[in-house]
Design a protein around this ligand. Structure first.
Ligand code: 4NP
Length: 161
C-alpha cells in the first residue's frame, strides 16, 4: 500500500452528488480494482450544491448500479475550494458543473486538471452526462453506460505506476 500522497487523486463532480458523480466514483473504483491498480488511486466525488449533504446515492441510481453488479457506497458532500489543490484530476458531468468548479478557481491555477467527463468517452459522442434526476429509469441506465465508457478512458489515460 503506497501512502495517500503518492496516489493519483481523482474527484468526480456533479450538481447534487447523489446520482452521476457517486456513480462515476463507484464505477471508476471498480474499474481500478479490476485492473489491480487500487493502490495507485484516491477516488472521491462531490456536488456543487450542498443540498443533499450526508445522503447516500439516489435510490434509483443505487438500484440501477446494483443491477449492473456494482457495490453502492458513499455519502454526498459539497465540493470545497481546497479540493482543487488536493485532487490531480477533477472531472465534471456537464457544462454547468464545469463552470461552477471553474468559478472556484478564479486565478486559473487548476484549469488544466478540471475536465469534462465526456472528453474521456471512447464509444459515446454525448456532449454531457445528462442529469437523470427528473427523468425515468432509462436515463439512469444511459448515464451508467456513459460512465463505464469514460471511466475506462480515464484509466487508460493515467499510466500505471
Ligand atoms: P446529480 O443529480 O447532480 O447527478 O446528483 C441531481 C441531484 C439532485 C438535484 C438535481 C440533480 N436536485 O435538484 O436536488
Amino acid at each position: 500500500m503506497s501512502a495517500s500522497r503518492n496516489r493519483c487523486h481523482v474527484l468526480f463532480v456533479c450538481l447534487g452528488n447523489i446520482c452521476r458523480s457517486p456513480a462515476a466514483e463507484i464505477i471508476f473504483r471498480k474499474k481500478v480494482a479490476d485492473a489491480g491498480r487500487s493502490h495507485e488511486f484516491h477516488i472521491d466525488s462531490a456536488g456543487t450544491i450542498g443540498h443533499h449533504h450526508g445522503s447516500p446515492p439516489d435510490h434509483r441510481m443505487a438500484q440501477a448500479l446494483t443491477r449492473k453488479g456494482f457495490e453502492v457506497t458513499g455519502r454526498a458532500r459539497r465540493i470545497e475550494p481546497h479540493d482543487l489543490g488536493k485532487f490531480a484530476l477533477i472531472v465534471t458531468m456537464d457544462e454547468s458543473n464545469l463552470a461552477d468548479v471553474r468559478a472556484l478557481d478564479p486565478g486559473g491555477q487548476s484549469h488544466a486538471k478540471i475536465r469534462s467527463f465526456v472528453g474521456f468517452c471512447r464509444r459515446h459522442s454525448d456532449l454531457r452526462v445528462p442529469d437523470p434526476y427528473y427523468g425515468g429509469p432509462s436515463g439512469f441506465a444511459h448515464v451508467i453506460e456513459l460512465l463505464i465508457d469514460g471511466c475506462e478512458g480515464i484509466l487508460e489515460e493515467i499510466p500505471a505506476n
